[in-house]
Design a protein around this ligand. Structure first.
Ligand code: G3I
Length: 677
């Protein structure tokens, strides 16, 4: 149930329009058109301008003085003033319980001004939540400079992912105890667009090759994100909740709240799990590198022994807890520095323990779950110097018996870099080692340098990105025998680490947009012929044949063709068709029928016969029936019309036994098509 939402005075522009938009969104048919539906207008849940002279539910976080004030107002004649603060964390606070629904992304906004005469400070909008009395603190905004001479807006977003018994938004300062005015606080959300249910599942399209995964967070395993995730992905990697700072924030004090939720979700939904990550130079609490007296460790034998015992304990506990559930572990993350002669990053781990930190971690992981496959994971492995150093390290450690089963390639790349050839070399380099390989954190930034920043992603970048996904996934598909899974670093563009790295700007590196709708990047993987302008824009796709192309194939309809208008053999056939088996394995195969209409078609049925008893299991981009050997596919709503010289492609999964001969007698609207090789 959605929490009860209402509107207050001093906020007029949205009002009824928002309500109508919200109900319209609910009424949208589940089968969305392509391109994706427009986002609805925001619905305002809370709006506080303090014009009625009351504090409208606002108070302090402890003993501050809270009252409405006419000394300053951003709009109207009143604001809320909080004075008597004795700590920087104190400030105006309001409960959000009952106003917030789990899994919905809310936009929070508050205007802030310090009381007259107060020195400038930095402020932020935060949220405190408590579950069974245990508090957690989230920041909805970064730190923003505020003054006593003008109003500054603090605005950011917040998604509640946990069951809570206390939930409060508040304004605090980074330091100091200035008196604070706030005004025109609002909390709103944009009604979610339903996810598309009439497009192929990425996991089905890639099933012949490898599982396809995504990084998850507490907010992506609930609500519509969870629906999208389950529809398209077969594997997950918790993005942060298995890291050391999350699982063992203090020595021997383990915390598995978010990790358990992620693992339980994956198990319940039949998803493979990649565990990420046990040993990393980031997100490791400082206590790990503190000596027995609590001082930063120096490289002594005693400290090395202490550090290795901490690794042993941490790895055993975390891997042991998820024994039999987490199939792959990134035991070590980013240990290579290609600028060092020996190729090893000078991390605290290495400085104190040398290579023994790796030996201990891998052996402890193997002991804790002998069935788990253990990976060493790194970025830029497409760069020759880096992959060579990684190769040397993995060969040396495996030669001495360290249980490294696989190499993880992060693949944080962009629309221009790296080349297909470099990516291919990244995979082939490790084949002679006999290790498993996985792509572990793939995303494709729309930016090619730090100077660029787009408020919304330009269409041409998104199209280019679609082809990049096609081409790079093509590399992985070609090497599927060496790659046991491919994982993307996120589900949709509404939540990506690239929004704040390497600079703060909106990026769009994933398959689904901020409204969870399929992008050209999705089609690049699923069906590149559906990337906008595919016939002409693709750098490598062959151009669509023209109407004047001379037919060279067999144009006669066969005896078994269905009745109806047929090609006489005098005029050129009205269509051309290519049947391709895109992947085949014992008992199953994936195929594609690509038809080019040489004159416009509005509504179509594509028919063929399977010569060897093949049976369709699943088909996308149309609706299929199979009677004996005869298959009939009718168009989907979005590909009903095929303009002249344009193509429609249907893809499918099917089973076979003995022989898997090509489909025969392919017709479009009962007319035989020219068969292309
Ligand atoms: O959870 C807190 C939240 O309570 C607080 O309000 C908020 C304020 O900024 O921070 C939240 O924590 C952030 C966390 O992500 C969860 O969103 C941390 O500040 C932020 O540093 C952390 O970033 C993570 C990053 O690793 C840390 O370096 C990214 O989410 C995560 O995607 C990223 O993943 C790494 C891989 O592990 C290794 N390879 C590179 C990849 C990208 O950096």
């Amino acid at each position: 149930m959605r929490a009860k939402h209402w509107r207050r005075t001093k906020w007029t522009p949205i009002g009824v329009a928002a309500l109508l938009a919200a109900s319209a969104a609910v009424a949208l048919p589940p089968l969305l058109l392509t391109p994706a539906a427009q986002a609805a207008d925001p619905v305002v849940v809370l709006s506080h301008g303090f014009e009625d002279g009351t504090t409208q539910g606002w108070g302090g976080r402890s003993a501050e003085t809270v009252a409405t004030s006419t000394a300053a107002a951003r709009t109207g004649s009143r604001s809320l003033l909080v004075s008597g603060r004795t700590a920087s964390w104190q400030g105006p606070a309001r409960s959000l319980l009952g106003s917030v629904e789990k899994g919905t992304r809310y936009t929070l906004s508050a205007w802030v001004r310090l009381a007259a005469g107060e020195p400038a400070a930095q402020a932020r909008l935060s949220v405190e939540r408590r579950t069974a009395g245990t508090p957690s603190y989230d920041q909805a905004t970064g730190n923003v400079n505020v003054t006593a001479t003008g109003w500054t807006q603090l605005t950011g977003s917040y998604t509640l992912a946990h069951d809570v018994d206390f939930l409060t938004a508040y304004v605090e300062t980074v330091s100091g105890t200035s008196a604070i005015h706030i005004d025109d606080f609002t909390m709103s959300y944009v009604p979610a667009t339903p996810i598309q249910t009439n497009i192929p599942a990425v996991k089905a399209v890639l099933a012949p090759y490898f599982p396809i995964g995504t990084a998850i967070s507490p907010t992506t395993i609930i609500g519509q994100h969870a629906q999208l995730l389950n529809r398209h992905f077969s594997s997950v990697t918790p993005g942060n909740s298995l890291k050391w700072d999350a699982t063992e924030p203090a020595a021997g004090s383990f915390r598995f709240t978010d990790a358990d939720a992620a693992v339980n979700f994956a198990v319940a939904n039949g998803l493979e799990i990649r565990g990420h990550t046990l040993i990393w130079h980031q997100q490791t609490p400082s206590w790990v590198f503190a000596d027995a007296a609590g001082n930063p460790m120096t490289a002594t034998a005693a400290n090395k022994a202490l550090l290795l015992s901490r690794i042993e304990s941490h790895v055993s506990t975390v891997v042991g807890r998820y024994r039999g559930k987490i199939k792959y572990w990134d035991v070590a993350n980013e240990v290579i520095d290609e600028n060092q002669a020996d190729g090893l990053r000078r991390s605290r781990w290495f400085e104190i323990a040398g290579l023994d930190f790796l030996r201990t971690a891998f052996r402890a992981a193997r002991a804790a779950d002998p069935a788990a496959r253990l990976f060493i994971n790194d970025y830029n492995t497409n760069v020759p110097a880096k992959r060579d150093k990684l190769f040397n390290l993995v060969s040396a450690l495996r030669a001495e018996g360290v249980p490294i089963d696989g190499v993880g390639h992060q693949m944080h790349v962009n629309i221009d870099w790296p080349s297909v050839a470099e990516t291919e070399a990244m995979i082939t380099k490790f084949v002679p080692l006999g290790v498993d390989q996985q792509v572990t954190e793939m995303d494709i930034s729309i930016y090619t340098n730090t100077g660029e920043s787009f408020p919304t992603p330009p269409r041409d970048r998104l199209i280019k990105q679609g082809y990049r996904y096609r081409d790079l996934m093509g590399v992985f598909k070609r090497h599927a025998d060496a790659i046991s899974s491919v994982t993307l670093w996120g589900l949709a563009d509404d939540d990506t680490w690239l929004d704040s790295f390497p600079v703060a700007r909106k990026d769009a590196p994933l398959l689904f947009d901020t409204e969870l709708q399929a992008k050209p990047a999705y089609w690049g993987i699923v069906d590149p012929s559906r990337i906008e302008g595919a016939a002409s824009a693709s750098p490598t796709a062959s151009a669509a044949p023209t109407a004047s192309a001379s037919p060279t194939g067999n144009t006669s309809p066969t005896a078994g063709a269905s009745p109806g208008p047929t090609n006489t053999g005098q005029a050129p056939p009205p269509c051309q068709v290519r049947y391709t088996v895109t992947g085949q394995w014992q008992g199953g195969f994936q195929g594609e029928v690509r038809v080019t209409a040489l004159a416009p078609v509005n509504g179509w049925t594509l028919r063929w016969t399977f010569p060897n008893g093949q049976r369709l299991d699943q088909l996308w981009n149309g609706t299929a029936t199979q009677t004996g050997a005869a298959v009939a596919v009718t168009n989907a709503s979005w590909n009903r019309s095929i303009p002249a010289n344009s193509t429609a492609t249907v893809g499918f999964l099917a089973s076979w036994a003995g022989t898997n001969g090509p489909a025969a007698d392919i017709t479009l609207n009962n007319a035989a098509c020219q068969r292309l090789p």
